[in-house]
Structures are given as C-alpha cells and as structure tokens.
Design a binder for this molecule. Structure first.
Ligand SMILES: [Zn+2]
Length: 283
C-alpha cells in the first residue's frame, strides 16, 4: 500500500523546508502543495512560469510535466490524486513514499486515509515568530495576527482529529534548532530509517512547483536556519502579557518533542549527561 506523508499546519510555518529535507531521504519524494497545483485557476501559468525545486519549469520537470492536463481537468480532487499516484508509482516504484505538504485540513485527507497509509506531521511555528514574520510582511495589527494564529491552529487541529488521522506534532523551532533530533522522531513516526542526507535540504529530490519561494533560494536550502529577529521586537514584547494565554497551546504544538518528561535531561543539555561526563573526566 502506498505510504503518504502529509505536512499540515498554517502557512509560513516551514513546511517547504521540511518537504525538501524529507525529500532528501532515499525513500521519499516530496511534491509540495498538491492541492494548490490541482486547484490553481491558471494551471498553465503555474506550469509554464513557476520554477520547481528541481530547478526546471513545471512543463519540463521530471515529475510534473505529465500532470498538467490532469491538474487542469474538471476531475474531482480524489480522481486527480489517484492519477497522480499512478504516475508517481510508474516513475518511482511501489515502495517510494509520497509527500504532500498542502497544509490545510482538506476533505480529500479522509480519502487518502482510507485508501493509503497516511501519516500527518502537524508543523507549527511559535506564535511570536509567526506573528513577527506576518507583521513584517503585511503590517496587520499583531493582536489580530495572534488571534489568527490561535484560532486557525485550533480549527485545523480539530478537523484533522475529527478525520481520525495518525498525527505527530512538531515545532518549526524544534526542527530548525535541533534538526537531527526532530528528523529522527519523524523517521520513527513514519516508519523509515533516519538518513543524515535530510540535514541538507539543498540535495532534495522533491518536486515543488507550488510552495514557499525558499524552494529555489540557494542560501536557504543549504541547511536549517532560524530567524531570531522576533526576539528584538519591542512591539511584540509589549504585547507579551496578553499573548501569554497562548503559551500552553503553543508549548503543546511547538515544543511537544522537547518538553515534558525529557525537560531535565534533554538532548545534549541533560543533567544526566553532565553528571556522567563529570564522573569520567573530573570537574
Ligand atoms: Zn521538478
């Protein structure tokens, strides 16, 4: 049975870089935001003008070149998806895992869950970092953006849970600061062996024609980077007592892999590790 990994979460939460990183794994090919490709009003523009993460235009891309007609057709999303999987299997074989980073709680997920082995990675970016980045782009009030972050995540998660999908939460912060740690957790969840190739997204086999423009940014593709500029924002700091109501929900989504039980003995910072080093090497 074809295995499908789906990246869910709000826009601007790092799904494109995660798609590219997972697409470096020998058993995974990422295809970006499949739903958007299927539903773009101007498919011809997308296929002719957008550069795929492989460096070619959609019409010349190894994967997407055979999908333009299907994408532009009047078929239902499920039907288009079936045809996409046929082409995917022809090109990559039965055992390759398909990765879709369409992000939203689209109803075709129920179909995918029924017909295939679907695993969902719910990726969330810390509300402070998300608000700052959206504010820098749109200049919309931070309070409004904060509320949007909260309500949209609540709604998205509610629908995904209602669909009864296998979901793993991961934070963009966890991923960009401790990429190996989180990619190992994702490997366990999706049933693949960890490969350190995933630490260098630039070498991706993913074909993303619809996704964040970082897909073609040579500098951003080199490794995982974290933009810490939100920490310098006075505007955000002044609102922090109001935003504190988001903290618990934020922790449960963004820091689920590094908080809780492992808090006092986490990764390379643990007390246990320090104790054993001190014992063996003296203070
Ligand atoms: Zn391509």
């Amino acid at each position: 049975m074809t295995k499908i990994i789906y990246i869910a979460g709000l826009g601007h939460s790092g799904s494109t870089i995660l798609d590219m990183a997972l697409g470096c794994h020998p058993e995974i090919v990422g295809l970006g935001e499949i739903y958007a490709v299927f539903n773009k009003k101007k498919t011809s523009e997308l296929f002719e003008k957008s550069t795929c993460s492989c460096g070619k235009k959609g019409i010349d891309c190894y994967f997407w070149k055979d999908l333009q007609k299907i994408s532009a057709s009047e078929l239902k999303t499920e039907e288009k998806y079936k045809k996409l999987i046929e082409i995917f299997t022809e090109k990559y074989g039965e055992n390759m895992i398909l990765l879709d980073s369409s992000k939203n709680s689209y109803s075709y997920l129920r179909f995918l869950n029924k017909e295939y082995d679907l695993r969902v990675i719910y990726l969330t970016r810390d509300y402070r970092s998300w608000i700052y980045s959206r504010f820098a782009r749109t200049r919309k009030p931070m309070l409004f953006l904060g509320l949007r972050w909260y309500l949209e995540n609540r709604k998205l998660l509610y629908v995904l849970k209602k669909y009864n999908l296998k979901i793993m939460t991961a934070g963009y912060e966890e991923l960009s600061v401790y990429p190996e740690f989180i990619l190992r957790k994702i490997s366990d969840f999706t049933g693949i062996d960890f490969s350190d190739k995933m630490l260098y997204p630039d070498n991706t086999k993913s074909h993303i024609i619809n996704g964040n423009i970082s897909r073609v940014d040579k500098n951003k593709r080199k490794a995982f980077f974290y933009d810490v500029r939100w920490m310098t924002s006075g505007r955000l700091a002044r609102l922090s007592s109001i935003f504190a109501v988001f903290n618990k929900f934020n922790r449960s989504l963004v820091f689920s892999n590094i908080s809780g039980k492992e808090k006092t003995d986490f990764y390379i910072f643990g007390n246990e590790r320090k104790k054993s080093l001190l014992k063996n090497h003296n203070e």
